[in-house]
Design a protein around this ligand. Structure first.
Ligand code: BGC
Length: 283
């Protein structure tokens, strides 16, 4: 059984473990803020930025040990790191992140609105508090972080780069996660709108849409072989993704290699958004 789980999990380990050395020379010494950097995709993005020689501010809400481990991973990878506790759904919290970047590294180049949360509840039973918590972190947090970054970039008349964490669920409806899907649908159109609004100022704004990724948010679900199979059956590539594969997408979007790209959602989902139920000509 364990073997089967392992196989479904990584299909013979046939995935990118992420770059082991710098890929985008121009990223060296650039300063990034990563919200929700203490675990999962946030840690993977921070670590990949470290490999690119970047200086990374890692924000955490409650997991200080996770943030410290992420900072160590950034340093081990060749970058510099600082950690900061803040609630990013609060205007002062977002401002504190910028201040940490300026105090430690003197500038800001890349802002990643990664922090997010989800919880499962039928819509008819969803409390207003359920709704507001998810919207506050996943959508209001993205707005506040973006606003702080935009103000910095425009007041210093410098190009900037903003990356928002969306999901396949900006496109795929997700029953019993209506607040989550609504927040990610919001992130999509927010990203496109802001990208258009600031394109002339050379501020690029993009989103990443991960599918099913091997992160703490999903740990319980994917530890159950049946649930894991249910999910991998929904992925044309037949496996769940690794956080480093999302980190690779973030590094590319942050780099000058994506210089003509703004307003997109880059799906990192093994094909989950491709209507997999039509596989083999069904339909
Ligand atoms: C969610 C995961 C889920 C995946 C695919 C992501 O946005 O965070 O929990 O497995 O979408 O449904």
């Amino acid at each position: 059984m364990l073997n089967l789980v392992k196989k479904l999990y990584d299909l013979d380990n046939n995935f990118s473990k992420g770059a082991t050395q710098m890929v985008y020379q121009e990223l060296k010494n650039r300063v990034a803020v990563v919200t929700g950097g203490s675990k999962g995709i946030g840690t993977a993005i921070a670590t990949r930025f470290g490999q690119e020689g970047m200086k990374v501010v890692i924000n955490y809400h409650s997991d200080q040990a996770g943030a410290e481990a992420a900072a160590q991973a950034v340093k081990d990878a060749g970058g510099e790191a600082a950690i900061v506790q803040a609630d990013i759904s609060d205007e002062a919290g977002a401002q504190k992140l910028l201040q940490t970047a300026l105090d430690n590294f003197g500038d800001l180049d890349v802002w990643v609105n990664n922090a997010g949360m989800e919880n499962q509840v039928a819509t008819k039973d969803m409390t207003l508090e359920n709704w507001q918590r998810v919207l506050n972190v996943n959508l209001t947090g993205v707005f506040l972080g973006t606003k702080v970054a935009l103000n910095y970039f425009t007041s210093h008349d410098k190009p900037g780069n903003i990356i928002n964490m969306s999901s396949v669920h900006e496109q795929i409806p997700w029953p019993t996660f209506a607040h989550y899907a609504a927040s990610k649908g919001g992130v999509k159109l927010f990203t496109q709108t802001v990208a258009m609004e600031y394109a002339k100022q050379k501020i690029r704004v993009n989103a990443i849409g991960p599918g099913a990724i091997n992160t703490p948010i999903n740990a319980k679900k994917f530890a159950d072989p049946e649930q894991l199979k249910t999910t991998t059956d929904m992925v044309p590539m037949g496996r769940i993704g690794e956080p480093s594969e999302v980190g690779a997408a973030a590094a590319w979007l942050a780099s000058d290699e994506s210089s003509y790209v703004t307003g997109i959602t880059l799906f990192v989902d093994g094909g989950m958004t491709l209507y997999p139920s039509f596989q083999g000509g069904r339909g």
